[in-house]
Design a protein around this ligand. Structure first.
Ligand SMILES: Nc1nc2c(ncn2[C@@H]2O[C@H](COP(=O)(O)OP(=O)(O)O)[C@@H](O)[C@H]2O)c(=O)[nH]1
Ligand SMILES: [Mg+2]
Length: 447
């Protein structure tokens, strides 16, 4: 996502309504107020302004927020006016004629709010979920993200786990210190089990396991020559499909299992499918058939990886199904001169080392909804919580609750650490240093 500059967008729903609103955020918002509305050095928060549009003056309500007091944390101008979509478009265009002002990318206001410390990542995700919510459960989950209650729950889980891990590690590292008493296996097992139960409740099903038996399907789509087949091979780590600079090389749908659980223990394996390129029109009969087949596979897929080396992601020409989890990947990121404005990720498939973020995004997009909590609506949480549950489950398995000491403390600690890392991704709080800190503060070692 691009940063910098001043961004502007229509922030009311498309179509006619009672009111429409255009929001401008950034250092040049002041120039918009001045040059378009004659509002010199805005300090007052609300006033009526006259916006010059198509040779006439349109009365509007202008709302000014000083830097630090707005949603984004930047100088912000909001203009509210009659809810006519053409007027809204013209107002936005006029704002973008001011030097330094451009149209905002999706989510860019919230991204700025996050970057400026006005929102936590969880709150930003809550806002996204609230906007996309289709029913009450999703609204409830969004509220839990926004009011921070889910964040506090994650923090409580990770605190409990970090505390227990500190006890186990104390047993590993400092057994020769007499004032260090490692935790008994039975107590550790019991407290881990309670934690696991809570996580499983949040995931909405036992261990968050899917009830389906087939693998989720993920399709690689894009124009011919977008680098889909190269990316398929890079993700798989083997040359499974043919790559060529000639457009139209891939005709069939070629599927191969991609096991993501090795990298992300809570993730599923997925069936990755390489498809023929989609073009404006088919070049011959075989191509037409290949495209029809590709469209069929896309409509049945659980998630889409949309490859576009230009970074434009033009939905009007690609016509992908809306509402399906879609990862926009700007391919061939090594080639200069392209943009990555609408992209979720940029990758160069020729270097397979940089694919971890894409693998994680695929793991998130492909995991199906199982319950009603935050973990069932926000895939990142679902995958991380499953990963944590898996680690805790493993730790419990490695414990003999009847023994008087932990027989394999390194093994137990390493399972717990991977669970903690997974939760740390949600809280952004726990680091390995943090764990070590707890050992020292809790036991006064080295006093
Ligand atoms: N520079 C560069 N070239 C790439 C990259 N990925 C693929 N290519 C090239 O782009 C051409 C088309 O690739 P291919 O994977 O067959 O595209 P597909 O038609 O979408 O399956 C081939 O010549 C590839 O070598 C990349 O990341 N960087
Ligand atoms: Mg291909």
């Amino acid at each position: 996502m691009p940063t910098g500059g001043t961004i502007a967008a229509i922030c009311t729903a498309p179509g006619a309504g009672v009111r429409a609103m255009v929001r401008v955020s950034g250092p040049d918002a002041r120039a918009c107020a001045h040059e378009l509305c004659g509002w010199e050095s805005p300090t007052r928060s609300v006033r009526t302004v006259r916006f010059s549009l198509a040779g006439a003056e349109l009365p509007m309500m202008g709302i000014w927020y000083d830097r630090g007091k707005s949603y984004t944390g930047e100088d912000t101008l909001e203009l509210a006016f009659v809810g006519n979509p053409i007027v809204a478009r013209r107002v936005l265009d006029a704002c973008c004629t001011i030097d330094g002002v451009r149209q905002a990318e999706p989510g860019e206001f919230s991204a700025r709010a996050y970057l400026n410390g006005r929102l936590t990542l969880q709150q930003a995700e809550g806002i996204a979920l609230r906007i996309a919510a289709q029913h009450d459960d999703a609204l409830k989950a969004a509220a839990e993200l926004l009011d921070g209650s889910h964040g506090r729950t994650c923090l409580r889980w990770s605190d409990e786990l970090a505390g227990l891990l500190a006890l186990v590690e104390a047993g590993v590292d400092f057994t020769d210190q007499e004032d260090v008493v490692p935790i008994a296996p039975s107590e550790l097992a019991e407290r881990l089990k309670m934690l696991l139960d809570e996580l499983e409740n949040h995931l909405g099903s036992k261990g968050g396991q899917l009830v389906r038996t087939d693998l989720p399907t993920v399709v690689l789509v894009g124009e011919p020559n977008a680098g889909k087949s190269t990316l398929m091979n890079a993700l798989l780590g083997v040359n499974r499909v043919m790559v060529s600079e000639r457009a139209g090389t891939t005709r069939d749908a070629i599927s191969e299992k991609l096991d993501l659980s090795r990298d992300f223990p809570g993730a599923d394996a997925v069936m990755l499918t390489d498809l023929a390129g989609l073009g404006d029109r088919a070049i011959d009969a075989i191509d037409a058939e290949a495209q029809t087949l590709a469209r069929e596979r896309i409509s049945k897929a659980d998630a889409i990886v949309w490859c576009d080396p230009s970074g434009c992601f033009d939905q009007a020409s690609m016509k992908l199904p809306v509402g399906k989890p879609t990862i926009r990947v700007r391919t061939k990121s090594d080639l200069p001169g392209m943009q990555s404005r609408g992209a979720d990720l940029s990758v160069c498939a020729l270097e397979s080392g940089n694919l971890a973020p894409l693998r994680r995004a695929i793991a998130d997009a492909a995991s199906a909804r199982t319950g009603t909590g935050v973990g069932s609506f926000v895939p990142r949480y679902r995958r991380a919580m499953r990963e944590a549950a898996e680690g805790i489950g493993e730790a419990i398995q490695s414990l003999d609750a009847d023994a008087s000491f932990i027989a394999l403390p390194e093994l137990v600690a390493s399972s717990m650490r991977s669970a903690l890392d997974a939760l740390g991704e949600l809280t952004g709080e726990v680091t390995p240093d943090d764990v070590l800190g707890r050992v020292f503060s809790g036991f006064c070692v080295g006093k």
